[in-house]
Ligand binder design. Structure first.
Ligand code: NDP
Length: 476
């Protein structure tokens, strides 16, 4: 597949290529251009040219194009989802959810397009001011491989509705569905150059995009180390930034919770997308009085998960997306065993026999008796492994929940309103779910505190991150 610049397909100027592999089978499924700084420059030029006309369209006209694109995505959702599973690994049902989620996001922004308004400040004899929001110009978006379609929607929807143009860099292991969606958006009425997609590595495409002087904003989702580098580069150019850097979300289950519902929530919250979700349940805190039956039920459920190629019917969990990611998880479990940092209740190994041989499969894993301060609870566990801890009371649970560098999401499972209120007030995170975890529909602002990042995506709040205030002062 080719990259997209100025509404057209394009190879890289260097005619260099890189392969995309199926993480379930190891087979090469396509090749994409290995772009360079020169390709980024071409894309930024196309985006600058398109910006002049795109910003003059009314928000409603821009919204109608997003709406039309959403319709076209829905018509092709089965093919798009199969492509996503093939490059990313997730089960087809999850891929369908994600593609529909992309359409939902475009429809949400289309739906609020006619509500974009400014304000008027009356200053008596001095005059009147009209205050409005202006688009920033050319924006850059750098996205990861775990939810490449949804995260593309989180950036494309608000950026384009606000009147910006965009250069998007997909992750190297999952560029194909992003490219296909770019084509659908172009064919749905975007002016050529409003959305450009440049493929290639973080170093050869991502960094030149962040450094390009005409790019006014960078929105990045990925790991903390890359995020900090991007922050430093972007600050040198005084760019606006949004950083979504993952999390180590705690899930707290109190003794008045609906246990079966909470077990469902923990299994889905942890093992959806093979655990590779920024808001996945990454640490489970159980009230000690319900811990024994909870862990027993959870173990049964985890051991019954069907693992395999996401394109096969009735699969609950696919492979991990790439070898590096699986090695990271395997390394952490080896360390847990070697240092006696916990009891591996189930799982704890790579799957590499028979049908699993060529893929990046890892067993769904539960660890109990976790030693406080071990990497299982201090690092972001981006894979199908859940450390389970017990707590004597809410106060301890909240203290442990906050004992992290991150602050993306958290959930409290209880039927008590006062418990809910206290958890909401005291847990440091961008979103606190009650009797639920993971769900983020387009209306809901999303983003974290501390090392989870800067800024919010989703919801109408995201439009503020893609626009700036401009004032017309009328001296009568
Ligand atoms: P990265 O941060 O390396 O990758 C995310 C995106 O950034 C990719 O498009 C990548 O390109 C690009 N990139 C990499 N280096 C640079 C750079 N120097 N300048 C600009 N762009 C760059 O994440 P990983 O893929 O390495 O994932 C590792 C860890 O990140 C996970 O274990 C997890 O902890 C976290 N993560 C968090 C996510 C979240 O949703 N919060 C999502 C994914 C990962 P390329 O693909 O070409 O390397």
């Amino acid at each position: 597949m080719l990259m997209r610049i100025g509404g057209k397909e394009s190879p890289s100027l260097d005619d260099a290529w890189t392969e995309v592999k199926n993480p379930a089978t190891g087979e090469v499924i396509d090749r994409i251009p290995a772009g360079s700084a020169d390709d980024v420059a071409r894309a930024v030029d196309a985006a600058e040219t398109a910006f002049r006309a795109w910003k003059k369209k009314t928000p409603r006209d821009r919204g109608m194009i997003l709406f039309h694109a959403a319709e076209n995505v829905r018509k092709q959702h089965t093919d798009l989802a199969a492509l996503l599973t093939t490059e990313q690994g997730k089960p087809l049902a999850e891929a369908i959810d994600e593609v529909r989620g992309f359409a939902n996001i475009l429809e949400f922004y289309a739906g609020i397009s006619a509500q974009q308004q400014g304000e008027m400040i009356r200053l008596g004899a001095a005059g009147d001011c009209l205050v409005t929001r202006e688009p920033l110009g050319v924006c850059g978006a750098i996205i990861p491989w775990n939810m490449p379609v949804l995260i593309m929607g989180w950036k494309v929807g608000p950026a384009l509705l606000a009147g910006n143009t965009l250069v998007l860099k997909p992750a190297s292991t999952t560029p194909l569905t992003n490219l296909r969606l770019g084509k659908i958006l172009d064919e749905s009425g975007l002016l050529p150059g409003v959305l450009n997609i440049v493929t290639g590595s973080g170093e050869s495409v991502g960094e030149p995009l962040v450094k390009h002087p005409s790019v006014r904003k960078i929105s990045f989702t990925g790991n903390v180390t890359t995020g900090l580098r991007i922050r430093d580069l972007a600050h040198q150019g005084l760019k606006v930034i949004t950083l979504e850097l993952g999390g180590s979300d705690p899930m707290i289950v109190m003794n008045d919770a609906d246990i079966d519902k909470a077990v469902d929530g923990a299994v889905r919250g942890r093992f959806y997308n093979a655990g590779q979700t920024c808001t996945a349940v990454k640490r489970l805190y159980l009230h000690e009085s319900i811990a024994e039956p909870f862990i027993r039920k959870m173990k049964e459920r985890v051991e019954s998960l069907r693992i395999g190629n996401g394109l096969m019917p009735a699969i609950d969990m696919g492979p991990m997306n790439n070898a590096i990611q699986r090695e990271q998880i395997a390394g952490m479990l080896d360390e847990t065993r070697d240092k006696n940092n916990g009891t591996i209740l189930t799982g704890g190994c790579t799957l590499q026999e028979g049908t699993y041989k060529q893929g990046y499969f890892y067993q769904p894993t539960l660890v109990t008796d976790v030693v406080p301060g071990s990497r299982l609870v201090t690092d972001e566990l981006f894979g199908p492994v859940l450390p389970v801890m017990t707590v004597p009371d809410l106060e301890t649970a909240i203290r442990e929940a906050n004992n992290t560098r991150f602050g993306l999401g958290a959930s409290i499972w209880t039927s008590n309103l006062a418990t809910t209120r206290r958890a909401f007030d005291e847990i440091r995170a961008g979103i606190i779910w009650v009797n639920r975890h993971l769900t983020v529909p387009p209306e809901v602002p999303f983003g974290g505190t501390n090392e989870s990042g800067i800024g919010r995506e989703n919801g109408h709040h995201a439009l503020d991150q893609y626009s700036e205030t401009k004032t017309l002062f009328l001296g009568w």
